[in-house]
Ligand binder design. Structure first.
Ligand code: ZN
Length: 405
């Protein structure tokens, strides 16, 4: 007789608990009847799963006020506002944003700290995050428990080990960020690190402009240019987690030198340095970039030309992505979102001219549904993943539930 791996009842239950909690997390509060339909399970099974999640301190149940008393009350299941939360962190070249995000994607507290010079070293950055984590914890109810940490970084990240292989604009190489943060925040905490564009794609797919779309590219362009790719509903990661480096597709071997060691990469044509250079501005910072966009809007000829040039190259880049990946949507985030707002016609024209017609007809170019928060929200989703996979096994949640008994 062939040996099969039997699935044990507790594994089925764990799987269903994760599915149910995942639905509440993504969609917000739902009635038991809606959960029954969504999961295709019977009412009593749903009732048992909800009770488990209530006792784990993750969700709460209530009967909405003002319902017809004659009818059977339909319980509403909602994320518990004082329940477990994750710390989502976005490390940027100029700032660190930290936020407490609860189940349902609600941001409960948020702190933004500018960084420059010495403040960009791994030691200084992890120290600042630990400080922000304390500040945030002090603003939450005592019953809220931190269950994990997700960090977005502008660089290539080994997803299995959380090591930043190369963060050019932070000047980081081989930084074991997950380990460094665990040492600062408490070794029992699960710390996950991801590339900012990958996390932007994840968040836009789950909660933003790409909900319901399974073939999506998120182009994140500011100082650097990165990409996150969702193909057939799954994140394209590559063997080491480094896939999606759209900014380093080579356009011209005789083009400007790039920090990656090559020449004429897309980043050197559409990154913020290229925009500022074209606008005749030597300094680089968020104010200077915002200044170019403001001047372009007011009709300043040099600024208009600079944005137009970047838009032209952006359109050509997107045409290549359309041909290679045949996506339903390309979401353009970071400061490139402003280029899209100002010069959409130029970008669309370039895609029309250069993408193959079959793929061109099915793609739309969008700005992020989550505004400038895509990568931060993506970091929170990364931190929630292990709890959503096995809510009953999550040690902090079990501890929390026992302390409430
Ligand atoms: Zn490059």
């Amino acid at each position: 007789m062939a040996r099969t791996s039997a699935v044990r009842p507790e594994e089925i239950r764990r799987h269903n608990l994760g599915l149910l909690l995942g639905e509440i997390h993504r969609r917000g509060e739902l009635t038991r009847a809606e959960l029954t339909t969504l999961l295709g399970l019977n009412r009593s099974t749903i009732g048992g799963l909800v009770s488990d999640l209530v006792s784990l301190g993750m969700v709460t149940e209530y009967v909405p006020a003002g319902r017809d008393r004659a009818g059977r009350p339909s319980y509403v299941v909602a994320p518990r506002p004082d329940g477990p939360y994750v710390l989502a962190v976005e490390i940027d070249v100029e700032r660190i944003v930290s936020a407490a995000v609860g189940l349902g994607g609600t941001v409960h507290a948020r702190r933004e700290t500018p960084i420059e010079g010495d403040g960009r070293t791994p030691d200084a950055v992890t120290g600042q995050i630990a400080c922000d984590a304390d500040w945030i914890a002090g603003r939450l109810p005592a019953s809220s428990v931190l269950i994990g940490v997700g960090v977005s970084v502008p660089g290539t990240v080994g997803r299995e080990n959380g090591v930043i292989e190369h963060g050019p604009n932070l000047e980081w190489r081989g930084v074991p960020l997950a380990d460094l943060l665990s040492a600062r925040l408490g070794a029992q905490l699960d710390v996950q690190v991801g590339n900012d564009a990958d996390l932007g794609a994840l968040a836009e797919h789950l909660r933003g402009a790409a909900v319901g779309l399974d073939n999506v590219i998120f182009v994140n362009g500011s100082v650097g240019v990165g990409g996150g790719i969702i193909a057939d509903g799954n994140q394209l990661r590559g063997v080491g987690g480094y896939a999606g480096e759209i900014g380093h597709i080579m356009l011209n071997p005789d083009g400007p030198p790039c920090h990656c060691g090559s020449n004429g990469c897309i980043e050197t044509y559409i990154g913020e340095h290229a925009l500022l250079r074209a606008a005749g501005i030597d300094r680089h910072g968020p104010e200077e970039v915002a200044g170019v966009f403001a001047s372009a809007q007011q009709g300043d000829r040099r600024a208009v030309a600079a944005v137009h040039t970047v838009a032209t190259w952006l359109g050509r880049t997107l045409a290549t992505l359309v041909n290679v990946f045949n996506p339903q949507a390309i979401i353009v985030g970071g400061s490139l979102a402003e280029v899209l707002r100002l010069e959409r016609a130029t970008i669309e024209r370039e895609i029309d001219a250069r993408a193959m017609s079959a793929s061109r007809s099915s793609v739309q170019v969008l700005t992020p549904g989550l505004g400038v928060e895509s990568s931060l929200i993506g970091a929170s989703e990364l931190a929630f993943q292990s709890m959503l996979a096995a809510p009953d096994l999550f040690p902090v949640a079990i501890e929390l539930a026992q302390s409430r008994v």
